[in-house]
Ligand binder design. Structure first.
Ligand SMILES: [Zn+2]
Length: 152
């Protein structure tokens, strides 16, 4: 998924990591001939790439970023009370990660244009910001969704 560079930090080895707007990091090492990013070696170069787009494979893998905390949760829904909006493609806004918690039954979590992921009781499924998705009850189900952002 395409994400914007919003800042940088250095890892424990001193290598530069771009902070993306999804709260994931991505190394931006300059290691020719494998990674040709001369810009990552200078402050000026890094600044010039703020706002540039990188592909975030950790979003594609639905990996929940570190350091987030819940700020809101939905009521519990059942197959009969799922809001219509959740059954059609929708997104969370930038900065907000959703997490589906299934209490009972089975919920199908569908990412736009992909096969559904079955979420079972005591399991959770992560929803990256701005990623088109929908859910569908697979028989009787009880679940809720939390919304999470970076702690300030
Ligand atoms: Zn990401």
């Amino acid at each position: 998924m395409k994400r914007k560079i919003v800042g940088y930090h250095q890892d424990e080895k001193g290598d530069w990591v771009a902070d993306l707007d999804c709260f994931h990091g991505q190394h931006v090492r300059h290691e020719p001939p494998f990674f040709n990013r001369p810009w990552s070696d200078s402050e000026e170069g890094r600044s010039s790439k703020l706002g540039a787009i990188l592909n975030c494979v950790r979003c594609d893998a639905l990996e929940f970023p570190e350091g987030l905390s819940e700020y809101k949760r939905t009521p519990e829904f059942t197959q009969d009370t799922i809001p219509k909006g959740l059954l059609k493609n929708h997104t969370t806004k930038l900065g907000t990660w959703g997490k589906i918690h299934v209490m009972e039954g089975k919920l199908l979590y569908k990412l736009d244009g992909q096969k559904g992921i079955v979420v079972l009781p005591m399991q959770t499924a992560n929803i990256p910001p701005e990623m088109l998705h929908s859910v569908e009850a697979d028989g009787d189900v009880r679940f809720y969704v939390t919304f999470n952002k970076l702690q300030n």
